[in-house]
Design a protein around this ligand. Sequence first.
Ligand code: ADP
Ligand code: ADP
Length: 224
Amino acid sequence: MQLQIRNLSKTYSNGVVALDNISLTIPSGMFGLLGPNGAGKSTLMRTLATLQECDSGAVFFGELDVLDEKDEIRRLLGYLPQDFGLYPKVTAYELLDHFAVLKGLANRARRREIVDGLLQQTNLFDVRHQRLGGFSGGMRQRFGIAQALLGDPKLIIVDEPTAGLDPQERVRFHNLLSDIGDERTVLLSTHIVSDVADLCANMAIINKGHLLLHGPTQQLIDDI
Ligand code: ADP
Ligand code: ADP
């Protein structure tokens, strides 16, 4: 389903204009939002994830008014923030199972099936009984994706997921993302060009709250 952003603006109380009248249509599949640090990516991601208010503008996911119907959109949304805390003393299985309960998966057997499936999909099944505190950066990010995938969301928002990953972990993470992007709308924010070039059919570039370019990735990269 298509995500339509119309005239979105946000100025923080310190006067920083983080989003300046952004209008952008994001088709289904993987979409890359590329921009340097401070461009406004996280502000946009948090706004789309209904975690932060903007000053003006509208967002539609299909027919759904995202900024107005927050409960509805949260049911369809998987969000992986840039910095997410993990409880260091619980195991991957325990925490994912806990989030599954919060998502309303009451049936124990069904929950186990779903949690095991997600752990397999993210290559964490073999370490599912290890504590999260011992996880590497790459394992943490893959766990974040497993968490974001709970409830089979139609819209997935991942904010700078590859920052700090070494090249090998980045390749693994790319493979995982390209697997989940098929039937969904996945919005990936990053300052790393190869994240977008490797994964995203379409992209936009923002800087200082302005939308600079958007279109098919290949075309934009050829033009740069
Ligand atoms: P708003 O304008 O949305 O009310 P605030 O300026 O009150 O936002 O800040 C909200 C939170 O963001 C505060 O906890 C603040 O510490 C934090 N914050 C302030 N400046 C920055 C910044 N430049 N980058 C990231 N976070 C910031
Ligand atoms: P990016 O994710 O691309 O690094 P952000 O959306 O985090 O960009 O930040 C955009 C701009 O808004 C930056 O100048 C940042 O310092 C500022 N900013 C972000 N959050 C806040 C906040 N809560 N209060 C004040 N300024 C903020």
